[in-house]
Ligand binder design. Structure first.
Ligand SMILES: Cc1cc2nc3c(=O)[nH]c(=O)nc-3n(C[C@H](O)[C@H](O)[C@H](O)COP(=O)(O)OP(=O)(O)OC[C@H]3O[C@@H](n4cnc5c(N)ncnc54)[C@H](O)[C@@H]3O)c2cc1C
Length: 428
């Protein structure tokens, strides 16, 4: 089959591949850029499964920077460019037990020091603002589950929710306007290395030869490219392991459940936190159970962070399981928020976190003429624009990337070789 050649080939049209393609193409409109995806449209992978909540509340400075800049860019797109992203800054509310208040004291002080806008909400005020919240669960079941009382609310102001399908639409439109090409239903099967200077020897590239990434085998034949950007999310390792690159990504299934019903109306119309007069994205003190308001659908999405005890395993068609909700989430949720009692999910779905098993922080790495974006660890929507700008800086062989809002970050920091990031403790 005849092969085609591009200056840049991006594998994966999720939010990360699109942001990377956009920033590279914007800096170099003259280059030919092709984005391929095994799906039939943009944003059909984990981007479509997301809660799409945004926060600048992270324990790691790098994560705070990546998220804050991306959130500001989305604000800019919505308010200054005028492209609606359904960005609602409803805030994040951590309901903390006494132990958690102590555990996060130092981080909270550090975040405040670095400009994260946090408001402490004392229990009395919480009770007034959220009448549906039980501050001190006291039933027999709550005792058995070890549920602790809510000692304090920590409200993070510059956080909220967004529609990822609109962000990917924005990037797709911009890329098309700039002349980038898309090829859907095209699956990368293997990335091929070649000798930088071929001598026509059998078995090239040989160990002593300098190597370049030369082409990608797909179900529609090979595609040659001068630079390959690998943004295949949880499937990155399938393409990188065979060429001996460890991107430290492991897939972990996460499920979301949509709840609707008149008992939830008061929660959905909570006043006192945001302009939207709705409940913030709220995290409960136990089991990392959380809910996200979706006032447009008059519903809440509910989930829990899958951690210890949940396997790292990729499934072709991940499905949510109502039993998981009933056994793992509902018992905690209904003790703190009895308004959920007896409601069953009206919808549910599942996707994967591409967990960076080392430090839960994105990897943006240049390996020769291949740029790898990986390990978004459940927060890829809120960091996508920054990751794309770092990928573009790597493309230009820059040591430093300039993120939206003129924030600078060393590209090596988030790479694979001289990585310098702290272990993230707030993975939600
Ligand atoms: C339940 C759930 C809740 C989440 N909540 C949040 C949240 O609140 N906030 C947040 O910021 N993030 C959240 N995330 C994480 C976020 O969705 C991801 O970090 C983000 O979507 C990753 O984007 P991506 O482009 O890397 O991956 P994807 O969107 O998966 O894109 C990768 C693309 O590559 C394509 N692809 C894969 N292999 C190949 C191949 N071999 N050839 C061609 N194409 C290929 C796929 O089809 C896919 O379109 C959540 C994720 C889940 C599952």
């Amino acid at each position: 089959m005849a092969s085609t050649r591009y200056d840049v080939l991006v594998i994966g049209a999720g939010i990360i591949g699109l942001s990377s393609a956009y920033h590279i193409k914007q800096n170099h409109p003259e280059l030919s850029v092709l984005v391929i995806d095994r799906a039939h449209a943009v944003g059909q992978g984990d981007t479509a499964k997301s809660n799409a909540a945004l926060r600048d509340t992270f324990t790691s400075t790098v994560n705070r920077t990546l998220a804050r800049s991306s959130i500001e860019f989305y604000k800019h797109v919505q308010s200054e460019i005028g492209f609606n992203l359904n960005l609602d800054l409803v805030g994040y509310l951590w309901l903390l037990s006494e132990n958690q208040v102590r555990e996060y004291e130092a981080v909270e002080a550090e975040m405040r020091g670095q400009g994260t806008r946090l408001r402490t909400v004392e229990p009395d005020e919480l009770g007034d603002l959220i009448p549906d919240l039980v501050l001190q669960p006291s039933s027999q079941q709550s005792g058995l589950m070890g549920l602790e009382g809510v000692e304090k609310g920590l409200f993070s102001i510059d956080c909220g929710t967004v529609a990822p399908e609109l962000i990917v639409k924005f990037y797709e439109n911009e890329l098309k306007n700039l002349g980038a090409k898309f090829q859907f239903g095209t699956e990368a099967k293997a990335i091929r290395l070649a000798a930088k200077k071929s001598l026509g020897l059998p078995g090239e590239p040989l160990v002593w030869q300098d190597k370049v990434f030369k082409e990608v085998d797909t179900n529609h034949g090979p595609i040659l490219a001068d630079t390959i950007v690998l943004s295949a999310g949880t499937r990155n390792p399938q393409l990188l392991d065979p060429v001996g690159i460890d991107c430290m990504v492991k897939p972990r299934k996460n499920q979301l459940f949509q709840l609707r019903g008149s008992p939830l109306q008061r929660l959905l119309t909570t006043k006192g936190f945001n302009e939207q007069n709705t409940t913030p994205f709220t995290i409960l003190p136990k089991g990392e159970v959380y809910f996200r308001p979706v006032p447009r659908e008059r519903s809440l999405w509910v989930g829990a962070v899958a951690g210890l005890g949940h396997p790292f395993m990729l499934e072709e068609e991940p499905a949510a399981d109502e039993t998981y909700y009933a056994q793992n989430i509902y018992p905690v949720l209904s003790e703190y928020f009895p308004c959920f009692a007896n409601l069953r999910p009206v919808n549910m779905w599942a996707g994967f976190y591409d967990v960076n098993s080392l430090d839960s922080t994105p990897i943006v790495a240049g390996v020769g003429n291949c740029i790898i974006t990986a390990g978004l660890s459940g927060s890829g929507i809120m960091k996508a624009d920054s990751v794309g700008r770092i990928a573009a800086a790597l493309f230009d062989h820059k040591d430093e990337a300039t993120l939206f809002g003129d924030r600078r970050i060393s590209t090596a920091k988030v790479g694979l070789v001289n990585r310098a990031v702290e272990q993230e403790k707030f993975v939600i």
